[in-house]
Design a protein around this ligand. Sequence first.
Ligand SMILES: Cc1ncc(C[n+]2csc(CCOP(=O)(O)OP(=O)(O)O)c2C)c(N)n1
Ligand SMILES: [Mg+2]
Length: 810
Amino acid sequence: MQTTYIETQQISFKDFKNSILEDYRLGRISREMSYLGRREVLTGKAKFGIFGDGKELPQLAMAKVFRNGDFRSGYYRDQTFALAIDAVSVESFFAQLYADTSVEREPASAGRQMNGHYATRSLNADGSWKNLTEQKNISSDISPTAGQMPRLLGLAQASKVYKSVKFEGSEKFSKDGNEVAFGTIGDASTAEGHFWETLNAACALQVPMIVSIWDDGYGISVPTQNQRAKADISEMLSGFQRKADEKQGCEIIQVKAWDYPALMEAYAKAEHYARYESVPVVIHVTEVTQPQGHSTSGSHERYKNEERLKWESEFDGMLKFREWILDYSIEIEGNEEYLASVEELDAIDSESKKLVKDGQKKAWEAYQKTISDLKNEVLPFVESIKNQNIEVSQLIENFNKIISKSKRDIFHLVRQSLLVTRTQNSAERTALKSKYEEIFKIEKDNYSSHLYSQSEWKATNVKEIKPIYSDASEEVDGRVVVRNNFDKIFAKYPQALVFGEDAGNIGDVNQGLEGLQEKYGEVRIADTGIREATILGQGIGMAMRGLKPIAEIQYLDYILYCLQGMSDDLATVQYRTKGGQKAPVIIRTRGHRLEGVWHSGSPMAGILNLSKGINILVPRSLMKAAGFYNTMLQSDEPAVIVECLNGYRLKEKQPDNLGEFTIPVGKIEVTKEGKDVTLVTYGSTWRIVSEAANELEKLGISAEVIDVQSLIPFDLTNEIAESVKKTNRLVVIDEDVEGGTSAFILQQILEKQKAFKYLDSEPLTISAENHRPAFASDGDYFSKPSADDMVEKIYAMFTEINPEKYPAIY
Ligand SMILES: Cc1ncc(C[n+]2csc(CCOP(=O)(O)OP(=O)(O)O)c2C)c(N)n1
Ligand SMILES: [Mg+2]
């Protein structure tokens, strides 16, 4: 709707005037959306509402300098901005308020997100990239406050990378790296670590990023002075201010939210620093108001005193804008020119109100229509069996009494009708059943699609290419295999880059990237500060802009620092946009078995449970890890690849087709065949399980050893159940806590793969102690399952069956 920034001195007064009045109109429309939105919630038509009233002017100013190819990573207050860049319309705004599940009507999230969570669609329906340089982009908002910040860093950094990195198709993502990433955050959310971490990293990296702080003085009810060290965030930030001739730090601009011309100037200046000098900028927008309070869940009269409320009504941005427009006059060629009269502004006000009302009505009617259409489609099928069963008539009667019918009511009617007629068999009931299956499939797609990619590039579609070995294949340290494979990767994919603590200069702490910075440069093989949350954020943002980032988290134990972002942001990207955006980041980390409370961890269940939406890969060797990198680089899904910390110095045979061979996700490997018991494991524990299996062999127990390799997705072809069918006994062994990943594996095998019926003995899990291992030597032996533990516990299974053949050890 809005044109880009027009410098007043270069345009005619007429254009200047039109641009101001267009802003006024957009501001009014946005304000009416806030007013009506709140009413829609309070009258019960929508569930919850959070709006951008009071924040209109700075967002209009931000939109003026926001160009095609730029990205925003912000939060729920930005409806005026979204409206100004055409990322939301009145109708789609209300469609989201009603949580309409249609992608066409609610393109930001298809009803998956609360209102105020904006997103543009980066992908075509088939999951392929659109040309992002031809549109204005919003990376999908998330609710955890400040959670948008780490991603913002990556979005900004991508521009810097694109200044030197080019590849076939890169023109879809960047025009020579000239794009700016715009962030928005509330004043109270600046108390979060993510805010400071991001700003610090941006100031170190010198990326084109503009962060706007909407400072309305409150975080819900808590006033600013109770949130931070100083009430004035600009004062706190002053240490970040860059000094002349230093390539560090940022620019800080303070501006009032109701001062339209000052805002225009502030954003124009900020754009200059960020876009042309690659200097990050913070715009601290002060004196922001909240005319309707925080959200529909409360009333701000409860915590703001009368004086504050009075001030807020006087300094309402839209009111001040109106006053400024009416006061404005300029003499041009002897004539006094004005922007608008009271009547003209009043006319805009009433037009805007009407436009919003019309849009809301359309959105409501379309939303209601989907429900009534569903009802009309299904009801005849239910009615067709009512003569066969009196209970169905009763169910229909009850259903008809419901005044405002929801999808759930319709489904309940259908499912209850099928339940009460379960003993009947008629053509009508069969028809109802197939109708139910048909509508269920549609709602499954509406509510549960796109946790993983549904495109041709989904991880499970990547073709398996087996590693090739020849007489010439060398036995080398594991770290050499992964290093040489990375060498091939960076040669093959110019869009691939890796970054993390010590990843650059020394080529990572285990030298899996040794020498690669010299070869591929500091942009692609980079060191970072110690800041896992924003290392991940770099990955997410850059992946959203078409790069193939490998975000290195130095040790698995420290992944918890970025687990929030993995869980809230990365894992939900495709789901929360219903396939509108993707972020195929590879998280490279290393862990499992060693000693010491923070250098031995294998907190896989924590990761597993919080990261559904991300592939979780646990290779037992560096060759397998290398193969997973090769697989995931061909996919459009994110993954965590956990390398075995104790594997780097173990000898492995290096495949001849490095950079080419792939290890399929969701595929197990039987590494030792056996007939008496199936031992299921993964990662570093696999070697110990294999040792135990050899011991068991000597005791007359033939154990089959299975390496899961890929926890998510898990054994897609049910091969483990096949093994259990043969052995009739199952033991799951890992070094996570009890009831952790082993419980997940057991559930998958027994419940999903239906292996319970094959069991002749109770299934067994062998896991670690519930505390982390001591650093004292042999901490791992005493805290994690040892081969001795495994042999004894598995042997005991056989003692129970046949004590004569397998006499008890203890
Ligand atoms: C991590 C996290 N904690 C708490 C909340 C609940 N919450 C939602 S908005 C909000 C206040 C945010 O205030 P501020 O950042 O100043 O933004 P404003 O709403 O004032 O624009 C809180 C505490 C949340 N969404 N995320
Ligand atoms: Mg606030």
